[in-house]
Design a binder for this molecule. Structure first.
Ligand code: COA
Length: 110
């Protein structure tokens, strides 16, 4: 679907059949021409469902389906916190490779 900013967004979600609970989701988006870079947005697995490869499988399913819709978008960019080992492991397994490092500054106002 297209959001209000003109970006196409695909949400992949997993349902826990026994309870009907949506237990995981991830999003991919693209803005502009169909050969633009794809951006990986949020990925989340509910805490009770982590460690069962759901994050990996859901992200792989999302990328396969995305590639069918946007075959001309050849690159996907994602961002990772360096301390988030579970997410880094998933991205490495899927073949993502680091291209740049970014620093962020924080000031606490209190
Ligand atoms: C990151 C996240 C999506 C992973 O989901 P998941 O379904 O548990 O992941 P998987 O089962 O596919 O496991 C992926 C890797 O994380 C490891 N892992 C899973 N749970 C872990 C935990 N609690 N602590 C440390 N490692 C863990 C797995 O062993 C696996 O690593 P390996 O391939 O080296 O064995 C999930 O932890 C999450 O939702 N975290 C909070 C949101 C978040 O950080 N999103 C990413 C923002 S960029």
């Amino acid at each position: 679907m297209w959001d209000e900013l003109g970006a196409a967004v695909q949400v992949t979600a997993a349902e826990h059949i026994a309870t009907g609970e949506l237990c995981a989701f991830n999003e991919l988006s693209i803005k502009g021409a169909p050969d633009s870079v794809t951006h990986q947005e949020d990925t989340l697995v509910l805490a009770a469902h982590r460690g069962h490869r759901l994050g990996l499988l859901m992200k792989a399913a999302g990328l396969l389906s995305w590639h069918e819709r946007f075959p001309l978008s050849a690159n996907v960019i994602t961002y990772n916190a360096e301390e988030n080992r579970p997410m880094l492991s998933i991205n490495e397994a899927l073949g993502f490779a680091p291209i740049a490092y970014e620093g962020a500054w924080k000031k606490e106002l209190r």
